[in-house]
Write a protein that binds this ligand. Structure first.
Ligand code: ZN
Length: 290
């Protein structure tokens, strides 16, 4: 996955909104499809894991979206994902098979380049940066912010949390886990810039000392969609050289057995102060000639 290509996909969606004169939330992806002559229909019996289909018959396109999760935000995201294949350069030729069909797995879990780009297109379409950043300013913090923004944008908690990590001016991490395993992680630019932070790799283990680890011990709580809060040390999650206490908001995502964790409220030591302290300490240290 390339961060540049992903950002370009979001920007392509934002340009489309400007071209269509859409400047308020929530964005209606079905209306956008209709304006381009694309018919959108629900599909009740989609294969497990399939979020939607892009169908091409002659020169006409149609979109079907899976309804089995009963989650309006996810359905809108799925329609946005198919629109991504329609609007992103090179996608139609790459993804539609000889049968005129493309079956999608939307939701940021696929490692396929085209699927990832279509996800980022959908996120940019439903949560365009400029409007979303304005909404972030009054949305609160942590999971509360994610829920408020999801209501404003009519998007799923997962997609909203990931977009929050991409657009927030604050240090923040969004981590998806299943039991002891981390599925994936998105971190904000300001957190990325903090020195000494390692990446969480796919398949890494949820740190034992975290509140998420304790929460995931009880799969019934995950399935019931319960939520809780705690604190943990950023170092336990990302490694790095510094211990930084963070607030940890946690929510079970229901039948999928996945858990959403938001790390925020970082107590970041001021780098200048730290550097000053270090230089003071250094000047007090005896110097030996070699
Ligand atoms: Zn797709």
């Amino acid at each position: 996955m390339s961060r540049t290509a992903d950002a370009a996909a979001s920007q392509c969606a934002e340009q489309l909104l400007r071209d269509l004169g859409i400047s308020s939330l929530p964005v209606d992806p079905v209306a956008i499809a209709a304006r381009h002559g694309i018919v959108v229909q629900p599909k009740a019996n989609a294969e497990p894991g399939i979020s939607g289909l892009l169908v091409k018959v002659g020169d006409t396109f149609g979109i079907m979206y899976a309804t089995h999760l009963g989650n309006e935000g996810y359905e809108r995201f799925s329609v946005g994902h198919e629109l991504g294949h329609f609007f992103l350069p090179g996608h139609i030729d790459a993804v539609i098979g000889p049968d005129g069909l493309h079956a999608s797995r939307a939701g940021f879990a696929s490692v396929d380049r085209f699927e990832a780009e279509a996800d980022h297109f959908s996120a940019g379409l439903l949560m365009p940066r400029r409007l979303f950043v304005n909404a972030i300013a009054s949305a609160g913090e942590g999971l509360d912010a994610v829920e408020t923004l999801a209501t404003t944008c009519k998007t799923s908690l997962t997609a909203t949390a990931i977009r929050l990590a991409q657009c927030t001016p604050d240090p923040l991490a969004v981590i998806m886990s299943t039991g002891p395993q981390i599925d994936y992680c998105f971190i904000s630019d300001t957190l990325r810039e903090l020195s000494g932070i390692d990446w969480i790799r796919k398949g890494q283990i949820v740190p034992r000392a975290s509140a998420t680890f304790a929460f995931n011990q009880n799969s019934a709580d995950v399935k019931a969609g319960k939520r809780t809060s705690g604190t943990s040390d950023l170092q336990d999650w990302f490694g790095g050289s510094r211990s930084i206490e963070v607030t940890e908001d946690i929510m079970g995502l229901g039948s999928l057995g996945k858990t959403l964790t938001i790390l925020y409220g970082f107590e970041v030591p001021d780098e200048d102060e730290e550097a000053e302290e270090e230089s003071t300490v250094a000047s007090w240290k005896p110097h030996f000639r070699r």
